[in-house]
Design a protein around this ligand. Structure first.
Ligand code: SF4
Length: 336
């Protein structure tokens, strides 16, 4: 039952210990809460984050040097999710637990307000969506991203949001207000319009056409929302016809920028993704082993091919005004 605290033993220490001398504690006072209703498949681990703004070292580009992630784990459950190993650090299973045991930094909004205090903070842009989706289903319950956006807006601090969720539209009015006060960059990740590939690889996300409808609504409201065609999945969503379909639809939604990223398979993620392929598309396993023979990144020639192809498609289909092709309702087909 929701609200019943269940003891949880996160591996991460809440206090420095002899086992981990000098180890900085990230969280205090974890407790586990079982969801109900639309969240009945999920468990939430409530934690108090010691810090909410993470600083990433160079050569991280300036736009992503400061990040905020109110959640850890993501029930969007993408088979390729590069954040899965972050659950392993906590003693949780990066496969099944990542999709259904969501760490919730319940003090995220208050912590951000404190860390943005003028004496402590120089006003750099803050990126959300770098390690987990800020509008994943848990956000419907906790509204932490909404609170973070409000705090950043009040502080007139630039920020960016990357998501795969239509839940971002819940905060449309707030985002419109934010764009009046500061620099806001939104991006929607839509790797494919192919429903079969979507069901197989991103089972917890809104359908791609719904995401593109959200992109259109954001852009029509004056909140610029780019589209990231990512990840492009070798053998599943990388054909010229598939990429042309998604590039055209992104432009049609008014995306000011459309770019792509080929699948990246870091250790820990690789095993999970190839395991899923072995189960559902065993014909593609050997292809991946060749393509990723030298590490987490696909062979350079293949990365260049996909980047160039998407860039060429965008250039070919972009209208002279630089935005979408049409703005009529229902342009992406039926939305379920
Ligand atoms: S939406 Fe992003 S964070 Fe969530 S599972 Fe998918 S790739 Fe991971």
């Amino acid at each position: 039952m929701e609200g019943a605290a269940i003891p949880v033993g996160l591996r991460w220490p809440t206090q420095p210990s002899r086992d981990a001398p000098g180890q900085l504690a990230l969280f205090d006072a974890p407790e586990r809460v079982v969801g109900r209703g639309e969240y009945r498949e999920l468990q939430f681990v409530h934690v108090e984050a010691r810090r909410i703004i993470n600083r990433l070292p160079a050569p991280t580009p300036p736009a992503f040097r400061f990040t905020v992630n109110a959640y850890r784990g993501c029930s969007h459950a993408c088979t390729y999710c590069f954040a899965r190993p972050t659950h392993e650090y906590l003693g949780l299973d990066p496969a099944r637990d990542f999709d259904r045991v969501i760490v919730v930094k319940v003090n995220a909004v208050d912590a951000l307000r404190a860390e943005l205090a003028p004496k402590r903070w120089a006003g750099a842009s803050v990126a959300m969506g770098t390690n987990t989706d800020p509008y994943q289903p848990a956000e419907g319950k906790y509204r932490l991203t909404q609170g973070l956006v409000r705090v950043l807006t009040e502080a007139r601090n630039p920020f960016s949001i990357l998501t795969k969720s239509t839940l971002v539209l819940r905060d449309l009015e707030l985002l419109i207000e934010a764009t009046r006060r500061t620099s806001v960059e939104c991006a929607m990740s839509v790797g494919t319009l192919d429903d079969e590939v979507w069901r197989l690889t991103e089972p917890g996300t809104p359908r791609p056409v719904q995401r593109l409808e959200a992109v259109a609504r954001l852009n029509e409201a004056g909140v610029a929302c780019n589209v990231l065609v990512a990840p492009v999945l070798p053998g599943l969503s990388d054909s010229p016809a598939q990429l042309e379909a998604v590039a055209r639809a992104a432009l049609d939604a008014g995306a000011p920028s459309v770019s792509s990223v080929l699948l990246h398979l870091r250790p820990g993620v690789r095993e999970h993704y190839l395991g899923s392929l072995a189960e559902h598309r065993p014909d593609l396993v050997a292809h991946h082993e060749r393509l990723y023979a030298h590490g987490a990144y696909a062979a350079g020639a293949e990365r260049s091919r996909v980047t160039r192809l998407v860039a060429d498609l965008v250039a070919r289909h972009r209208t002279p005004t630089g935005a979408g092709i049409s703005r009529r309702p229902g342009r992406f087909g039926p939305v379920t």
